[in-house]
Ligand binder design. Structure first.
Ligand code: PSV
Ligand code: MN
Length: 388
């Protein structure tokens, strides 16, 4: 089976990937942030850029916000602006990693004043969700310690659960909390939510509307991420993905760039577990574009996800089942590899054209003049950046 069927194309037509507002701001490493001409100066301009990605691909119907980076006076106006451009406001990300008070913890802090402040920040995020119409509150915690003995790890888990309960209690019926894990950074000895098991244990104690967020860049090298995807789907606790790719640590590079085969394997498990185009499992990007242009970087990213989804849909399930049941190791592996090595690009290009989209969204964007326009128009003001 090497051609996408009309069923496959109908499935692909439903795919939606949420873009991170911060991908459109400047970013870099601790050595240097290289600014780009035309970088947005405020959340309205970030959303305009995100809408451009959707206009060329029909793959990116919503934009995630990060608070306080995307704070505005009038969220209803921001929502109208987004909807006017054909996109919705999506996940609200809290941020407890850039305030002096949080040096030694936020939701886990032993100082009740600081812990209260961190909880209140999340309650403010829920108020914003009410105004933006967002469903998900995404929490990633930069909490942990650098030296053995520095902290009481167990007491911190207990305080974390108490803090999360207070936040969870404020969600309305339709809203959800997703808790992201990351194995290290900024802490190097222990991290309070380092792995999917800890995230799972914390959210399972909250209730059905609390789920795990899996960021593909947040695992030790060599981790079998698709196994985690399978297990969380099995447990009905996979709430969302933060997609990106990495060579070393949390590199936040373009999804599918470092290891397309890994992305294929992850999406294969998503399909297997009923998570594709399932509103319960949000596909989001969490990326930074340090040296490449940001809008084409995002276009490339959503196309990579689409392409690996198409290849994963091509896996011949019957042949795979038969080979697995016959313990035919090499035949089973060959079924996967046949699909993975199928070049779906020509067919996807044709299909895009048949839907009134550019066959080659990268080329269409380059020819659109948008990049030159924003470079000329966005003069003055302060360019947005990761962390501002
Ligand atoms: C942390 O590394 C993280 O993956 C979280 O999702 C943050 O919100 C995001 O990156 C900020 O870039
Ligand atoms: Mn993330």
């Amino acid at each position: 089976m090497s051609t996408l069927t009309s069923d496959h194309l109908a499935t692909l037509a439903q795919q939606g990937i949420e873009l991170p507002s911060w991908a459109f701001g400047n970013s870099g490493t601790r050595f240097r942030v290289f600014p780009t001409a035309g970088t947005p100066r405020d959340p309205f301009e970030k959303i305009a850029d995100a809408a451009e990605v959707n206009r060329h691909t029909a793959l990116a119907p919503s934009v995630a916000l990060h608070i306080p980076w995307d704070k505005v006076d009038d969220y209803a106006a921001l929502r109208r602006h987004a909807e006017g451009l054909g996109v919705a406001l999506g996940t609200i990300n809290s941020n407890t990693f850039q305030d002096e008070d949080y040096k030694f913890g936020a939701l886990t802090h032993h100082d009740e004043r600081i812990r209260r402040k961190a909880i209140d920040h999340h309650l403010e995020c829920i108020d914003i969700m009410d105004a933006t119409g967002s469903r998900d509150l995404k929490i990633w915690l930069a909490e942990g310690s650098n030296y053995p003995g520095q902290n009481d790890m167990r007491a911190r888990q207990d305080r974390l659960q108490d803090s999360l309960q207070q936040i969870y209690a404020r969600l309305s019926g339709e809203q959800r909390l997703v808790l992201e894990y990351k194995f290290f950074e900024p802490s190097f000895y222990h991290t309070d939510v380092p792995d999917w098991g800890t995230s799972y244990a914390q959210v399972a104690a909250l209730g059905d509307c609390a789920l795990v967020c899996l960021d593909t860049g947040h695992h030790a090298p060599g981790t079998n991420i698709e196994f985690i995807v399978m297990q969380l789907l099995r447990l009905r606790k996979l709430g969302s993905f933060d997609f990106n790719s990495r060579f070393y640590a949390d590199d936040d590079l373009i999804v599918g760039a470092a290891d397309p085969f890994q992305l294929f394997r992850i999406i294969l498990e998503v399909i297997r577990g009923g998570g594709l185009n399932n509103p319960d499992v949000a596909f989001m990007l969490d990326q930074c574009h340090n040296i490449e242009d940001k809008i084409p970087g995002q276009i490339r990213s959503v196309l990579n996800v689409q392409e690996m989804t198409a290849r994963a849909l091509l896996v011949d399930r019957d042949a795979l089942d038969a080979a697995q049941n016959a313990n035919d190791v090499l035949a089973a592996n060959a079924v996967l590899m046949d699909a993975f090595y199928t070049d779906v690009r020509p067919q996807l290009a044709q299909w895009r054209e048949s839907r009134g989209l550019p066959a080659d969204p990268m080329a269409a964007y380059a020819a659109s003049g948008y990049q030159q326009r924003i470079a000329a128009d966005r003069v003055g003001g302060t360019q947005a950046g990761w962390g501002a």
